[in-house]
Ligand binder design. Structure first.
Ligand code: FEO
Length: 399
């Protein structure tokens, strides 16, 4: 049965939630689910903004039929070709064969790559093009690499509406309420939003900054992303998060301590350091990189100003899960942070040098203190070295 939600006059939400998908993009656990958003504007012409993933397409087609109320579907605007938004395209054009697809040439090429589609009924647009659909005008804004190269957005100046594609989206299914101001966003969604941002578009900070510059010139009264709640109030607060995140600036002063430990001794070193930091009044969080998923660790690393990496030596290198974290951080352009290193080894401690080499490939990373080396287990001397390192980190954070 349809579950159309009215966004405002003439604008309807047609999306749905998936709370069963274990891994988004086959890689990222989403225990709170995800929504796939699609919107229908009913002006003198009817305009559908994107389709949905196959998991919610039955509901989507019922919603579309209900929201159209017997009217013809005139336009489908395709902003982004990732299949979580485009998978229902073929069925849509089979059901509505006269619909005109409004999009850019990169999307058109991808439509032909993904589907048996030969480009009929396509109206190509480019940056700044406009199209009247009655009382409202669609203005098209390109947003390459946020999150694929073909991405574009649509702005409706008469009502300050931005259809923002993946930008400003978040993981987390919707629970009846559609609007960010109804869902206690900071408490209920910010962690998911940060995880979504850094895992999905975190690599493309420069491109996100380009989009933010374009957004700065717009009167934004309603922002409709492809995942998560719709923004109609306090969007400036969320824009500031995007600005910080895309400049790779830390969101909070604090230390994220990441450890990889096989028998608990490296964990012991990490916990001694963390306790000393906390006793100095520093906010600190400790993560076992073999227990937490790397997508969560990535978001937490970007969140804080300081990071400590503690790894046992394994196969003459870094322990597997720590190596995976450091490589993922590098892939996502982790930068502009202070860091410290702890290594452990029973006969030839080498994890530290290898971690150093991984971090050398990241921009503007400043090491605090000397690397602390543990030989199998923490002794009085290495405990003193950990306390001394904690004091140096605390001094740096509090300066
Ligand atoms: Fe939600 Fe890049 O797709």
């Amino acid at each position: 049965m349809q579950n159309v939600i009215k966004v405002q006059k003439d604008l309807y939400y047609l999306g749905g939630n998936d709370r069963r998908l274990a891994l988004f993009e086959s890689a990222i656990p989403i225990p709170r689910g995800v929504s796939y958003n699609s919107y229908l504007l009913c002006d003198e012409r009817t305009v559908l903004f994107d389709t949905v993933n196959l998991s919610v397409s039955e509901l989507f087609f019922e919603n579309l039929e209900e929201a159209l109320g017997g009217r013809k579907l005139d336009f489908l605007v395709v902003h982004h070709m990732e299949p979580d938004h485009s998978a229902s395209f073929l069925r849509l054009i089979e059901k509505y064969p006269d619909v005109v697809i409004v999009t850019n040439s990169k999307v058109q090429q991808m439509l032909e790559n993904f589907f048996p589609f030969s480009g009929e009924n396509v109206h190509l647009v480019k940056e700044g093009d406009t199209m009247s659909v009655g009382r409202r005008t669609l203005t098209f804004i390109t947003a390459p690499m946020v999150h694929w190269p073909e991405v574009m957005m649509t702005y409706i100046p008469e009502e300050g509406i931005l259809f923002s594609a993946d930008a400003f989206g978040t993981f987390g299914a919707l629970s009846g309420s559609l609007f960010a101001d109804e869902v206690r966003f900071e408490r209920e969604f910010l962690d998911d939003a940060r995880k979504y941002y850094f895992n999905i578009v975190g690599k493309y900070g420069a491109q996100v900054q380009n989009v933010l510059k374009k957004a700065a010139n717009l009167d934004l009264r309603l922002v409709c992303p492809l995942h998560g709640p719709v923004w109609r109030e306090q969007f400036g607060w969320y824009l500031k998060k995007y600005d910080l995140w895309s400049k790779y600036e830390p969101e909070e002063k604090g230390v994220a301590v990441f450890y990889a430990s096989v028998y608990g001794h490296t964990q012991n070193a990490a916990e001694i350091l963390a306790a000393a930091l906390a006793q100095s009044g520093v906010f600190v969080k400790v993560y076992d990189v073999s227990a937490a998923h790397v997508s969560d660790l990535l978001a937490e690393a970007f969140r804080y100003s300081h990071a400590v990496f503690a790894s046992t030596t394994y196969n003459n290198g870094i322990f597997i899960t720590m190596e995976n974290l450091l490589r993922d951080l590098k892939e996502h352009n982790f930068q502009n942070r202070k860091y410290a290193l702890i290594e452990n080894g029973s006969w030839s401690p080498q994890a530290g040098a290898h971690m150093q080499a991984e971090i050398a490939g990241m921009k503007n990373m400043i090491q605090i203190g000397d690397r602390v080396t543990i030989l199998s287990s923490v002794k009085e001397e290495s405990r003193d070295a950990l306390i001394a390192l904690a004091n140096e980190i605390a001094e740096d954070i509090q300066s």
